[in-house]
Design a protein around this ligand. Sequence first.
Ligand code: EPU
Length: 430
Amino acid sequence: MPEYKLVIEGGRALKGETQVSGGKNTSLAVIPATILAEDPCLLDNLPDISDVRVLEKIFSHLGAKVSWNPEGKQMGIDPSNLTTNTVPFHLSQRMRASYYLMGALLGRYGYARVGYPGGCDLGSRPIDQHLKGFRALGASIKEEQGMIVLEGKLRGANINFDMVTVGGTINVMLAACRAEGDTTLTNCAKEPHIVDTANFLNRIGAHIRGAGTDTIRIRGVNKLRGASYTVIPDQIETGTLMIAAAATRGDVVIRGCIPTHMEALTAKLLEMGILVTSQDDVISVQLRQGHRAIRLSTQEYPGFPTDLQQPMSALLTRAVGTSEVIENIFDSRFKHLDEMRKMGAKSTINGRVAYIEGVPELQGAPVYAPDLRGGAALVIAGLMANGITEIYNPENIARGYEHLESKLNALGGSIRREPLELDNNNAISI
Ligand code: EPU
């Protein structure tokens, strides 16, 4: 579709049942991990999001045989005959997770040439911990015309991360799988997608223990085979749907999720007076009346996820009282609050702390999706608001949510795509 905007008619309570898609951040790690295998892999339950399509393009560029079936959620990857170890900048900068090509190519071939990663602008996002890990495993690293070139025969090592990093933990784990000898990673991140990536790697023959704790031990093996693997459901999509249900004072049943991954969010919703129940792979969220302000502080898993801070702050714009939101993971993850102010939300930002004063109502307005989760937060604000909200730059949302509009519409929301009008110079007129 050419450039479009989302048009939301707000004020409708979401009601009914919905199904969670496969995890974005787990898929974006497991797909690159297939490079470590010598035989074809079949991945199942992948979400149909634009970041997955970018990875498909990167794999085709590398010479892998890829067949992506978005309806069936399956991707077959034959990585056995790559024709290049270079991921050019025009592809790498289209997503954050392109950094996993460094660990995977280096681990498999002892050589990788990868452009800098892109992704949401959340302030400074260095990858020094990834590079520190690769170096400790024996890689030499240099920069050539803006490309990162990694080379060397890898040997197991003990690596302590200076800070807890999701991408760094997974990337160094990828590189260490086929290194000679044993690797111990300490101060690791524990997110569910780290466990899922380790489970996939073990399925193809790796020897990884401790994923999901802060110490991961890897015994290097010299060959990894192919396998079929189904990725876990998306933790952040589950949370976004839970928050949207509460924000519209709705009554929604979310199926196909993992409730234990949602404990930090569930605890906060309960504290606000929202009814949340769960059983097996189902979570129900219900809100009839108003909800209370809270204090929220983002943390690494199992703490409150930074990726849900933005959707959650949409819900807080209408809470009774003033909420305090502390963003501990990223420098700059409050741009969506500037946009919500156009809708009548009240907030002040002081560095990494935002104060959100609840108001009785939001009014629809034209707003700009600053990044993926900020875009989702604006969709929730639009669903809550009176009147029409237009969201510009919604491509940011499609990077990470599978069919978000149709899922919300099936629950009674009213969201449509409208093409942007272009003037004679092809400039976008808003
Ligand atoms: N950091 C460093 N050096 C490093 C690595 C990280 O200083 O080498 C810092 C970062 O700047 C940040 C903190 O450590 O302040 C945590 O960063 P982390 O490495 O954990 O994040 P990431 O790998 O860049 C992934 C997800 C993000 C998610 C974060 C935190 C992917 C592709 N991205 O990013 O997802 O917010 O972990 O959970 O998995 C999203 O889905 O919207 C998204 C942004």
